[in-house]
Design a protein around this ligand. Structure first.
Ligand code: ASP
Length: 218
């Protein structure tokens, strides 16, 4: 009922919700476009749009890139959407680096297999850092854990610091959907490869473009 009422009051709904599938459910009754702005640990498609745009802008293209997604790959919705989106490009290779209790979900892996995207899971961040064009770091999603003990098992395992920087290629970038919670040291921020604040600005333009596109379709 809330969505039906809000549909009557507005031209567009941008919805962030704690439950997986909430935006899809809303869209099934809304009479205006619904943008999923994050549904729990599910997806975050507008972040994936700006992430892909950021890679394109920073590196000049998407086809053929090697990307590492690091951190909370189970609960981090941005890595789910980014993985799905990258399946639209050619010869992308994904390295997943996660603590044991927050590895990339099976449904994401199934999708990649179906689409013929090559990927691997690894626990050695330094070794992976040497091989990639994009290091996509994420926050351990504290709010999704059922106990502090489980959170602590995942937290603090993979941090981007000077040592990681030394292992990275000269022409590579570090992305992060932000906010960070200690997994990229502030001392990394001045390195030209630290692209996360430029990435955040791209989010503004990407969402302006998306809203414009939705409103023109009315
Ligand atoms: N801002 C991102 C999200 O909404 C990433 C995060 O919160 O860690 O999913």
């Amino acid at each position: 009922d809330t969505i039906r009422i809000v549909s009557g009051y507005s031209d567009l709904i941008v919805m962030r919700h704690t439950e997986i599938g909430a935006a899809r459910l809303a869209a099934s009754v809304a009479t205006v476009p619904v943008i999923n702005a994050g549904d729990g640990a599910g997806e975050h498609p507008t972040q994936a749009l700006l992430d892909v745009y950021s890679i394109y802008k920073e590196l000049g293209g998407i086809d053929g890139i090697h990307i590492a997604m690091v951190g909370d790959l189970a609960n981090g919705r941005t890595v789910h959407s980014l993985s799905y989106m990258l399946a639209n490009y050619k010869n992308v290779h994904i390295h997943y680096v996660a603590p044991e209790n927050v590895r990339i979900p099976i449904e994401v892996k199934r999708y990649l297999v179906e689409k013929g995207v090559s990927f691997e899971e690894s626990s050695d961040l330094l070794k992976v850092a040497e091989q990639v064009d994009v290091l996509y770091q994420t926050r351990i999603q504290k709010e999704r854990f059922l106990s502090l003990e489980e959170y602590e098992k995942a937290s603090g395992k993979y941090t981007i610091d000077e040592t990681v920087l030394e292992h990275m290629r000269e022409k590579s970038i570090i992305l992060h959907p932000l906010p960070r919670a200690g997994e990229i040291l502030a001392s990394v921020d001045n390195d030209p490869r630290a692209a996360y604040f430029r990435q955040a600005v791209n989010g503004l333009y990407m969402r302006m473009a998306l809203i414009d596109k939705c409103l023109r379709q009315i």
